[in-house]
Every structure is written in C-alpha cells, then in structure tokens.
Design a binder for this molecule. Sequence first.
Ligand code: IVH
Length: 679
Amino acid sequence: MSDNNEPNIPENKHDAEQRIQDLRKEIRYHDKKYFVENQPVISDAEYDELVRELKALEEAYPEYITEDSPTQRVGVGEIDEFQTVKHKSVMLSLDKAFDYEGLKDFDERVRRNWKQTEIEYVVETKIDGLGVALLYEDKSLKRGATRGDGASGDDITPNIRTIHAIPLKLSEESILRNAEFRGEIYMPREAFDEMNAERLKKGEEPFANPRNAAAGTVRTKDPKIVAKRPLNIFIYSMSYHEEGDFSTHQETIEEMKKAGLRVNKYVVKRGIEEVYEYLKEFEEQKDTLNYEIDGMVIKVNDLEAHKILGHTTHHPRWAIAYKYPPTRKTTEIKDIRVSVGRTGKLTPIAILKPIELSGTTVGRASLHNEDEVERKDIRIGDVALIQKAGEIIPQVVKVIKDKRDGNEEKFQMPHTCPVCGSKARRFGDEVARRCVNAQCPAQVKQRIEHWGDRGAMNIKGLGPKLLDRLVDNGVVKNIADIYKLSESDLADIERMGHKSAQNLLKEIEQSKERGLSKVLYGLGITYVGDHIARVITEHYDSIDSLIETSKSDLEEIDEIGPKIAESVELFFTEEKNRDLIEELRSNGVQMEIESGKKEQFLQGKKFVFTGALENYTRAEASEKVRELGGRVTSSVSGETDYLVVGENPGSKFEMAKREGTTILDEKTFLVMLKTHTLP
Ligand code: IVH
C-alpha cells in the first residue's frame, strides 16, 4: 500500500496477478476467521483495506477476475425464474422421537440391524431454518439449491453467494475439491429482531419468525436484497465427495471445518443413555442460543453403518430427530384485549405479565375466539399456563383455577369493532366475529388491495407496496380516495415517474366502468365472491335496489342462503358502508348493471365446456357467457342447458349425450355469441 493510502497498482502484469492471488488468499483466511470461526485476527479497517486493494487491482486488470474472488459475492448471475435442479442424492427428512422411549426404540433398531451392542452417536442441534445443498467443483462454489421436494430443488446460487459464511472457494488446507454439502440457512435471533424493528420503522410488514425470514429471503429474486439480510449457515453433512476416505461422520465434520465450511458444535456419546443425559443437560441451554432450534439430531457416527442401515423412502435409519417437549410456564393474565385483523376478524388477546419462554420474552398470547375463552373459562386476573411450541404464537393451555381469589373478571367479547366502533357480527356458525365496515382503518389496506384485484376492479399497478405508502402517509383512507389521486400525489409519495403515474391513473379511471358485479365483489362483503356477486346482479340491477332489499328477499334467490343474505343485509345497513358507496358514486364509479347487458339473452342458461377451444381460452369463453347473463359450471347434470365441445373432449361429452343436453361445437357457439340468438 502506498503512503497516500491509495492502493499500489503494479505496472507489471505478472506482479499484479501474483498480488491478486495473495490478497485473495489472505482475505479468504480472514473471512474464515471472522464469519466461520468467529475469531477475527485483524480489525475491520485492516480487512477493508485488503478488499479495497483487491478491488482496485481487479479494476486495473479485469482479465484476472474470477467468479470465486471474494469481491464477486453480489452481481454474479441473475434470477429471472428459479430453475429446478436435481440433487446429487435425495435430501431426506428425519424421523422423530418425542421422549426417551422413542430414542430407545431407535437405538434398539440400530443395534439389531447393525448387529452391534453399543453404538457411538454424534449429537447436534437441529437448526430451524431452510435446508440447502451446496455443490463445489474444483474447490469453487458452483451451485446452491433449496431442498425442494427432496429429489430436486430451486437453483438459488446468486443468493447463496451473498452469504459470507459460505466460502466461494474451499480452503487449500483441505483435500476436498469436488463435493456436495448439506446445510441449514438461518437468520440469527438478534439479527432477526433488529431487522424486524427496522422494517416496522419503515412501515414494512415484519416477518413472523426467523425461519420465515430466512426462507422468504433466499427465494427473493434480487441478490442485492439478499446481501443486505443477515443470513448465516451451518453445514451438517457431506452428501457426496470425490476426494478423501472417511470412516466416521465426525471425520467428515472435521474435514468440512478444514475446508472453511461453517459447521456447528457437536458431541460424541456412547450408548443411547449417554445421549439422553446430554439431551436433558442441553435443554437448559437451548434457549440461550443465538438461533432457533427445532430439536436435536442424533446420528450414528460410523459411516459403514449408514450404508448397512440404509433408509426408508422418507428418512435414513441411522439418524433421528429428538423433539423437546414444548416449553410451558405460568403467569398472570393482566388484561384481555381485542385486535382487528386485516380482514376484519376480531381476535381476543391475553396481555400477560411478561415471562421468558424459549429464549424470548412473552407478553401476549392469542385466545383465538370468544368460544375458546368461554370453553377454557379464561378470566382477567387468572394465573394461566402458557405454552410456546416451535414457531407457533404462545397459547394459553389452561387457567389454574386453584389460584383464583374471586377478583377475576369474566371477559365479554365486544359487539362493536374496537378500532372503528362499527358493528361486529358472527355469521351463521362461524366462531369469529367480524367488523363489516369497509372503511375500518385496521382493514383499509387489504380492502383497497382487494378492490384493485384482477377479479374485481382490475387496477394494474395498485400493489401492496404503493398502498402501504399511500395509506401510511394518510393520502388514502378508504377505497374512494384512490379516485381522488393526482399525479403529484403519486410523485410526492412514491417518487413515481410521469409515465407510471399516468398509467396508474388511467387504470383507476377505467375501473369506474367495470359495473355492478365487479363492484359487489370488490367491496369485500363476507361470503360474496365473484360468483355470488354475479348471481346477485342477475336479480338486482343497481346498488340502490340492493341497499333497499331485505334478508328475506335475498334468500329467495336460488343460490343465496341465510348466511350470505345476512352478510349482505348487514353490510348495507352499516352507515359507513353507505357513506362509502355515496363517495364512490360521486367520484364516478358506476354502480349499475354493466351497460349493454340489460337484455341478458343468456339469462338463466347453464353452460359446461369440454375440450380445447380454438378462439378462446376456457376463462375467456366463460366470461363471455357470464357477460350475457349465462352461468358456467364444471360438470354436466340434468340442469345443464348447453355443452360446448372443443378439441379432444373429455367424459363430459358422453355424459351430455346421456342427459340429452344440447351440444354446441365451437362454430355454433361463436355464432350464438355474435348474433345473440339461441341455437
Ligand atoms: S441431517 C438424511 N442434521 O432438518 C437427513 N439435518 O428433518 C439429513 N436440519 O432437511 C439431515 N439441522 O434441513 C441434519 N444438524 C442437522 C440438521 C438438519 C437441521 C434440517 C435439514 C433436514 C431436516 C430434516
């Protein structure tokens, strides 16, 4: 390095090449010390200097850049579509034991089949992440793939390359050159908490748990995003190798460690009793680890035994996963509050005196619904047994009635929404209570997203990210507000370019003309899917006639039962929903039956399709029939009026002949659509 701190670039090509090689070796050594062994030997600043020098040299001599250079983690390869790749050998899963009995049975089977009296086992943690296979050729990382269905998975190499704990090149210290390794990608707990706090601050949806965060991240198509996420890996086995000869699992772990792969701590135990002693001992520590585990893995150490014991279609007979019983503790229920989900569902939540469970502080437990509270007789002030099993949100197992002092309060589920004050109702036999106000702030994002959905108003470009920004900034408070958006709103909020903003505004404008059935579906009325919305419009031709109607009138319609009728009636009696409809109308949204469809010449006619049509896809042909008032069903019955037959018809053809259904070929069907005359 020169005095002015600028990297020194040798003029001689060979000197440059030599320096590049040396720097890479040095950086790889420090990567191993820092990311794999967690024992850095130089400061971050010194490390950065080395990388800076290497980058400068590679810039000056790009002909020496190789894919396994430490500078090439991000940006090598792109992901358009994930490609499916076949693993070197099937990635099996593990059989499970839940107690000592289960372990003893496993040990008994191993001893019997391997004809040994005492077995040596390796015990490791079972990391709760995402299984991957890493393929190295001539020491360089060639491919990283997800587990997939076990036989083949998705090629995620560009994402895998961004994880610093995965060496792009195996260390020279090891004999391994061509091999496949299996490991578990995970997100460390602390890093997960930090990342989620950051996401919340930015108004982004937090991840539910570290495993989801890791799984979601490796399936991201932009490696630059992956590079920013704190992913890590533990390699737990070698599934294929061309060099070396190993007789125990332990030897393979040690060789992988030499190669610079990040392997986890393990212990070797003789006999299943010793294993069990260790498992009990480890139970105390498991919650203090900086990663989540999903139990422990017990593996026969001898590799010859792996061959003898073999595997079933699902799991190897030489290994088993041990699951710890779920962690349970008692604490006090300080309060019961009600949260409103994005779909309007009300959920009672127990607010707990905080306790430590499986390494996290637990302050809340879901009570699911009012029936559950009633059934378990959960009261405010009760002492309750709380359980956290795996990734599931904490649950109240039961309350300890002996601890009651008479001051406990019964919980009453509110009949109004705690967020907006509107009516919250249970429909039919549903256990959940729902808020039906389409303007409820707790639901607004999901409601607008649904309104813009393809099957509803079909507004392209109105995605969840944009909506988050528009709603969080208070620009959009309800569905009608999207019809008031201007180009400058979009430019201010999203820094959206002129063209994209124009396109979106055009889409919004066009959506005003979709007509009544799309509006009904788009409003997100409970139980009113696109089919029921169409059925309703066969009987009501404007939203006003629907507002005036009653539950009993609606029930007169063939496909509308009491649950749907009640939901529709309730939706339109809610004042805030009527306000919303008025606001939509005054902003130009058409609330009547689609223009030109009044005559509805296929009214009440039932169609079935079979075989491939030449001029339309099945979906397009069905839409045509519906637009003209007809119905499309999937199977032929005595009620079917027409069967439209394309190329290679299926069994429906025979069925229609038996039923005496009128059969139309494609040409006749097209003429019918054109001339509006029934054949
Ligand atoms: S060995 C032939 N060891 O658990 C089976 N798996 O349920 C090889 N896992 O797909 C699995 N930590 O993704 C093994 N120390 C460990 C593990 C581990 C996590 C995952 C892995 C596997 C799944 C099996």
